[in-house]
Design a protein around this ligand. Sequence first.
Ligand SMILES: NC(=O)C1=CN([C@@H]2O[C@H](COP(=O)(O)OP(=O)(O)OC[C@H]3O[C@@H](n4cnc5c(N)ncnc54)[C@H](OP(=O)(O)O)[C@@H]3O)[C@@H](O)[C@H]2O)C=CC1
Ligand SMILES: O=C(O)CCC(=O)C(=O)O
Length: 454
Amino acid sequence: MQLASVYDRHVDLDTFMEGVKKRNPGQKEFVQAVQEVAQDVYSFIEDKEEYHEAQILRRIAEPDRIESFRVCWEDDDQNVRVERGWRVQNNNAIGPYKGGIRFHSSVNESVLKFLAFEQTFKNSLTGLPLGGGKGGSNFNPKGKSDHEVMRFCQSFMTELHRHIGPDVDVPAGDIGVGSREIGYMFGQYKRITNRWEGVLTGKATEYGGSQMRPEATGYGAVYFLRNMLSHADQEIEGKTAVISGAGNVAIHAAEKLVQLGGKVLTLSDSGGFIYDPDGLDQEKIDWVKRLKNERRGRISEYADEYPEATYHEDEQPWSVECDVALPCATQNELDEGAAKLLLKNGCIAVSEGANMPTTLEGVKAFQDAKIMYGPGKAANAGGVAVSGLEMSQNSERVSWNHERLGEELAELMDGIHDKCVEFGEADGYVDYVRGANIAGFKKVADAMLAFGVV
Ligand SMILES: NC(=O)C1=CN([C@@H]2O[C@H](COP(=O)(O)OP(=O)(O)OC[C@H]3O[C@@H](n4cnc5c(N)ncnc54)[C@H](OP(=O)(O)O)[C@@H]3O)[C@@H](O)[C@H]2O)C=CC1
Ligand SMILES: O=C(O)CCC(=O)C(=O)O
C-alpha cells in the first residue's frame, strides 16, 4: 500500500508533501519552499498527464547534486578554523546552474536547498537561460578582518572551483557575500585555473562586472512594486514604505523608492530597526552605504547620526504604519502576526527583496486580504537577471553602459510581472504567488519533458 502510493503517478498533494518531508528530515526551510510551490503547481497540472507521468515536480524537488566540503583557514591569531561549505546544484534544464553564495552562521543544507529550489523558478521567470543553484558556508564574516575574509574565501574557492565553470555553474553574492568576497574568490579561481572567464557574477566593473548589478535586486523589487501598483491604477509617488534589512538589497530598494517619490521610514539589521519619521533622502542613504560597506557598522548608529530617528533594539519594523512593505533581510522574518499588523495598519502592497521572507501563514494572510503581494522569486529576480546579462557581456567580451542596463532591468521586471499576471489573475485579483510558481515551473518542466527521463 505504502509503495503503491510512492510510485503512483497521481499522488495527491498531501501524499506528495509527506514524501518530501520523509526524504528531507529536519529540513524545514526546504519543505516550506516546496510546499508553497507544490500547492499551486498541483492545481495547474491536475489535468496534464504528461507532467504526472514524468514525475516532474518530484524531480525538481530533488537537487541534481549537493557538493559538501570542509573549509579550513587560519584566523589572525593563527588558530586553525574549520567551517563547512556547500554548493547545491538544483536544476540545469534551461541553463547552467546560477545562484548566489551565502556566508552566515545560520547556513545549513536545508537553507541552501530551499534557496536553490526557489532560484530554479526565479531564474526561469527571468526568461534567460539560467538553471538554479545556491551555495555558501556557515562562516560568519561579521567582525572578521579583511585578511581573515580573504583567507576564508580563498580556501572556499580552492574546493568550489572543481564544481563550477562559465557553462556549468556560475555563483554570485548573497547574504555576507558582496563585492569584496567576490573579488577574493574570483582572484583565487583565476590563480588555480589560470583562466579568466565569467565564472562568477557580481564582479567589480574593473574586471568584468556588469554595470547595475549592485543595484539590480533592490531596484528590481521596486520596479516590481511599481508594476503591481500600476496594474491596480496606483503609483509609488507619495507612498510610505517600511523596509527591513540594511544590506545590498535593502539599501538599493530604499534608493529607488526615494527616486520614485516614495517615503522610506525604516531600515533594520539583526540588532533592531531605525525609524526616521522624516524619511530617508539620498544623503542619508549614501551615509548608510558607507556605514555598511566601508565601516561595516550597525544600523543603530543611524540614530546617533540623525537625531530625528529612533532606534528600536531587538525589534522588527513591521509595527510601523505604512502603505507598502519591502522585506529585504532574510527568510521567515515576517510571520502571520507581523502580516496581520501590516494589514491592520493599512499596508496595500508587499514586494519581497529577500528570499522567502514571509512564512506560509503570513503569505496566506496577505492573499486572504487580497493585497498586492509580490513573492521573492518574482520581485527580487532583477539581481539574477542582471547577473545573466553579466554572463552575456563576459562571453562577448563587451561591456554595456549603465543606461542600457537600467532599461534592460526595467524591461525584465515588466516581463516577469506580465507572466505573473498571465498565470495568476482570476476574478479581478492577481495571485502573484500562483502566477510566479506556475510560469516558473512550466518552462523548466517543458524542457525536462523534452529530455526524457534523465
Ligand atoms: N544580493 C542579491 O543580489 C540578492 C539577494 N537576495 C536576498 O535578499 C536578502 C538580503 O540579501 P543582501 O542584501 O544581499 O545581504 P546583505 O548581507 O548585504 O544584507 C543582509 C541584511 O539582512 C540582515 N539579516 C541577515 N540575516 C538576518 C537575520 N537572521 N535576522 C535579521 N536580520 C538579518 C543583515 O543584518 P546583519 O548585518 O545584522 O546580519 C543585513 O542588514 C537575502 O534574503 C538574499 O537571499 C535575493 C536576490 C538577490
Ligand atoms: O546573481 C545571482 O546569480 C544570484 C542572485 C541570488 O542569489 C538570488 O537571486 O537569490
